[in-house]
Write a protein of this length. Structure first.
Length: 580
């Protein structure tokens, strides 16, 4: 779900909660208090969704970014995967190499079309508001000014119109001629003017224009207009007989025309207004604490969702775990002597954060080379359990470790210490362009060198595509200086010194179900929040698959790996050590 969509959903939720509070308070609160409350609803509907209070930052381990593609290690150790060749075949088309570095025209996604349509309606509503301004100016131009020691107003000759005010301008129909009646109408509109009620109405109008899709915004707009009448009535009857004022309202009720953004002496809600004037209300003794409590609830539900559900850092279940160790049992005769060898160990701090991670072996578990693995952001614990199997998962690993929106974290890290090049022997500069939702579109890394030599030729360019802020395509183009690459490794460059890495991601309801690059595909199957099966395909044929098993507490207890003949190959089991 995009940030903009989430913002509007949370804004609707916020206005809904606060409007319920308004209904509770409106029966016993003064119009002055309700005026502040209604303006508060509008402010909170904009501010609360924009404020996201996450959980208290967790202490990080030595998170020194190291990438999946460590060039020095690859060239020194041929057993590692060699960078992808320029030939790319994938399920989702990717741009041509010659597009790199060009200013590509943006292709509208469905979300962008929806935003465009939303913006068109906003513009139309704003034009309607401007027309209202023009009509008010015309009304002023066509009217005659009346000025005396008692009054200063504009006399209007217009059917179905009684009186209105717009900031300091007061308009009264020329048919209102009785002195007492004119005095009442003028006093009413003067209160609107002195209390700056026009600002309330304009704020509500603008709020409704921008948030026109929010049905409660339209209700709030009407309540703001009605409350300005209640506020004026309550102030006016302090110095005027209630029965006299009510009688004047009734006499004027047959000659009404509503003006869009003006304070009208309206009798369309005459019954409510008279009832409100006769009612008892509480100035502050209960209204203020109840109102503050309702705003507090709305703020907690809308802005503090990071305390309720932190998608990428679910450490609560791991707070008592000291360490997790994965081992394997082989079902093949040629590797049985390696049974119970350690694949990986993960050590946790008492607060549930990862302290260290050591990878001892990787599939097919025929080489034991321990190395401490480091991460460029706090990893998801379910992702840690996946990589403890030592099974390669390509770029899907980033989704499981950091979430489907990992490019935003990746871009933030890259500005300080790029995950691919943060090594003392590398010098680089990184520039990033972002889309309208704050996710990186392109990261360009230039001046990459080994011990100040030109190890790379030209910039390294990484491109990202998204749907609903979930990454759907990743593409990286690198051009190496072949003169600095050992002769035995040059055979891996098929045509020239350019290496292209690409991956395409598929989702169902925000769950990663597949990733493809070149002739390799991975498929993932979920039950609830857990991955229960993954499949590895090579050239379209199933090469092996893995099944994952969990206990009642959601902790992984074993992984079964089946080979190309669908026969059991390895069983991986997990040992948990607890603090208490």
């Amino acid at each position: 779900m995009s940030n903009i969509t989430l913002f509007f959903i949370e804004s609707i939720l916020c206005t809904g909660i606060l409007y319920i509070g308004f209904l509770i308070l409106s029966k016993r609160s003064s119009a002055t208090f309700l005026r502040l409350y209604l303006m508060g609803i509008i402010g909170a509907a904009i501010l609360f969704p924009a404020l996201q209070i996450d959980s208290i930052p967790k202490s990080k381990l030595n998170i020194i970014p190291t990438g999946a593609y460590d060039y020095i290690e690859k060239f020194e150790n041929p057993s590692h995967d060699i960078p992808d060749s320029p030939e790319i075949t994938s399920e989702i088309p990717v741009p041509d190499t010659n597009e790199i570095g060009e200013n590509n025209a943006n292709i509208f996604s469905l979300q962008e079309f929806m935003l465009l349509g939303y913006g068109v309606i906003v513009v139309l509503l704003f034009l309607k508001l401007l027309i209202s301004f023009v009509n008010i100016l015309k009304l002023k131009t066509d009217s005659t000014i009346v000025q005396s020691s008692e009054w200063k107003y504009y006399k209007v000759e217009k059917d179905k119109f009684v009186a209105a005010s717009f900031f300091n301008w007061i308009f009264i129909n020329n048919t209102v001629s009785n002195h007492d009646l004119v005095n009442t109408v003028y006093s009413h509109e003067t209160i609107h003017k002195d209390q700056w009620h026009t600002i309330d109405i304009l704020v509500a109008e603008l709020f409704c224009i921008v948030f026109w899709l929010n049905p409660i915004a339209w209700i709030i707009k009407n309540k703001v207009r009605l409350n300005t009448e209640f506020d004026t009535d309550q102030r006016l009857v302090r110095g005027l007989s209630l029965s006299t004022y009510s009688d004047h309202l009734i006499r004027l009720s047959c000659n009404i025309q509503n003006q869009n953004i003006m304070n009208n002496l309206s009798a369309q809600v005459l019954k409510k207004r008279i009832k409100k004037m006769n009612g008892k209300y509480n100035h502050s003794s209960m209204s203020i604490p109840v109102g503050i409590s309702i705003f507090g609830i709305a703020f907690w539900l809308v802005s503090c969702n990071g305390l309720i559900n932190d998608e990428f850092k679910p450490v609560g279940e791991f707070k008592n775990i000291r360490s997790i160790t994965s081992r394997f049992i082989s079902h093949q005769l040629d590797t049985k002597e390696k049974d119970h060898k350690v694949i990986a160990t993960a050590n946790y701090n008492q607060d549930g954060t990862l302290g260290s991670f050591t990878q001892h072996m990787t599939y097919p578990y025929n080489l034991e080379t321990s190395r401490v693995r480091e991460f460029w952001d706090e990893p998801n614990e379910d992702g840690i359990l996946l990589i403890m199997d030592g099974l390669h998962m390509s770029h899907a690993e980033k989704n499981f470790l950091y979430g489907n929106q990992w490019p935003r974290k990746y871009a933030n890290v890259s500005t300080q210490r790029h995950p691919l090049y943060d090594d003392s022997g590398f010098n680089y500069e990184t520039t990033t362009s972002f889309n309208m939702n704050g996710f990186p579109k392109e990261i360009t890394t230039s001046n990459v060198g080994l011990q100040n030599q030109r190890f790379m030729q030209g910039p390294v360019i990484e491109k990202f595509k998204y749907q609903d802020n979930n990454i759907t395509s990743y593409r990286m183009v690198r051009k190496f200086n072949l003169d600095l690459i050992p002769e035995e490794h040059r055979k891996y460059f098929v045509s020239d010194s350019t290496v292209i890495t690409s991956a395409n991601f598929q989702y169902i309801e925000d769950k990663l179900v597949g990733i493809s690059y070149k002739d390799v595909q991975y498929r993932f199957y979920h039950e609830g929040s857990k991955i229960v099966r993954s499949e590895f395909y090579l050239d379209g044929q199933l090469y092996n698959y893995r099944e994952y098993f969990f206990n009642d507490n959601g902790f992984k207890i074993r992984t079964e790996i089946y080979n190309v003949d669908l026969q059991p190959e390895y069983t991986i089991f997990y040992e948990y050590e607890y603090y208490n």
